[in-house]
Every structure is written in C-alpha cells, then in structure tokens.
Design a protein around this ligand. Sequence first.
Ligand code: SF4
Ligand code: SF4
Length: 279
Amino acid sequence: EQSQARPTVIWLHFQECTGCTESLLRATHPTVESLILDLISLDYSETLLAAAGHQAEQALADSIARNRGNFILVVEGSVPMRDGGIYCKVARKTPQEMLHEIAPQAAAVVAIGSCASWGGVQSAAPNPTEAVGIPVAFEREGITKSDGSPLPVITLPGCPASPYNLLSTVLYYLTLKRLPELDAKGRPLFAYGRLIHENCERRPHFDAGRFAEEFGDEGHRKGWCLYKLGCKGPETYANCPAIEFGDVGANTWPVGIGHPCFGCAEQGVGFHKALHDQA
Ligand code: SF4
Ligand code: SF4
C-alpha cells in the first residue's frame, strides 16, 4: 500500500564519481530529505542507505520481491563491458549480473548523468574497461522487461545531471502515472528540448556580435557572449539557462558566472569529444 503512495526507487552505482548523487543532495526544492522521506521510497542506495553489507543487500532483495514491475530503477555510472564487467563489483556482482537480476522487474529505468547515458568520462579513449551507458548495455546484454517487452530507459545526461531533471521526472511519474515525452536519445523533452544557445541570457550579445575574446578582457567583464572562448551552447541540448545550477543565487550556471558551456550534457560535444579524440 505504501509503495502505491510513494513510488519505490532502487538506485545503483556503477563506474562513476557519485557527483550526480552529490548534486541531488544539494537540491532545495524539494530537498532530498523531503524527496526520500515524503515523496518516494528509496529502498536501496549504496550512498544514502543507513544499512550496509548483508543488511543492505537484503533490503534490495526484499524491495524487488515486494515491488516487482512497479519500481523505478535509477542507475548512476557506466557499465564496463570488458571481461564481463569484473572492474566494478558490488556485493561480488558485476553490473551485468545486477542489471539482469533487477532491471527486468522495474517499471522504468532512469540513467542519471552522462556516465549512465552514454559512458561519460570513463569511456574516454582508450576506454580501458569498455565503458558504455545503460541503453547500450541493455542492447548488448539483451535486457528487456520480464515479459519480453522493451524496458523504457530515460537518460538524463549532464556531469553532473541537474538534480531538478531527476526530481521533475520522478514527480511527473508520481503525478501523471506515466513517463514524460522523450527524444530519440531517451531524454525528457521538457528538459532537453531546446539548445542552450536558444535560451541563454547572453544571446543578445551573440546576435549583436559582442564577444569576450579572452578571459578577463573587457568583453568578459561586461558579460558578453562566450562563443569565442569555446562555448558549446550552440550544440548542447539542456535546460541549464532556464533552471540554473547549484541553488546559490541568480545566474548560477556556467555561462552565468563567465565560463563557457563545455557540453557536458551532449554526447560527442565539448570535453567528452576531446576525451574521445585522444589517441
Ligand atoms: Fe560523476 Fe559526471 Fe558521472 Fe555524474 S555523470 S557520476 S558527475 S562523472
Ligand atoms: Fe550561445 Fe554560449 Fe554565447 Fe550563450 S554564451 S549566447 S550559449 S555561444
């Protein structure tokens, strides 16, 4: 009865830095306390669970048994495909083993962050563990729902992902009992439907040809467009200019504080592209 009122969330960590969880911990509307105590039932999270070891694993097994077909599985981190996944084990299980066991029982899967969406930093050349994101891991491992139907995977790229995109996705599901509309890469359109460049407060400067040419120059100090400093806003789909980042005041997102967007939310763009291009 409780799981009907508060959807159950099981949260797995694979190859990653835990930055996405850290970012969620700092959300303030709602706070993570209100999220996990009032809105969802977070039954398993290696970072946030009070239990540890066998108790934690038991909580996971009990939750799956209780909520078969009804829980949301959140995955943070990439899956190492090399050598059957032995580079990332939790409770002696590889990510592949955990996904085969848990994912087919989930109602939907949320791949949070760029790692879980497409491999992220760990998939940088020469990608020693053959890190991939959850959609590719499911495809290669042939993971579906337990009845054989496709398992919906929502990707929320970003490094870290904006916690509000996770909260909005979960609250959307909670309120409307269905998943939000997604684009071809599995990203919710409400969050990734527009280019950063379309919604950036510095866009009038771009349109008028006013650019910062160097960090600290007059244009930079006046808040002009950062395109010539490498801004990837014109290639990156994300809602950072609209919802900002970090909850520490107005204009708190990279461009707002004078740093070009480096395309963390877009596969093949910016620093991820640079990492992949390394020989
Ligand atoms: Fe960390 Fe970035 Fe991966 Fe999130 S996407 S877990 S912040 S490396
Ligand atoms: Fe576009 Fe970046 Fe300039 Fe903003 S700072 S207008 S996103 S190029």
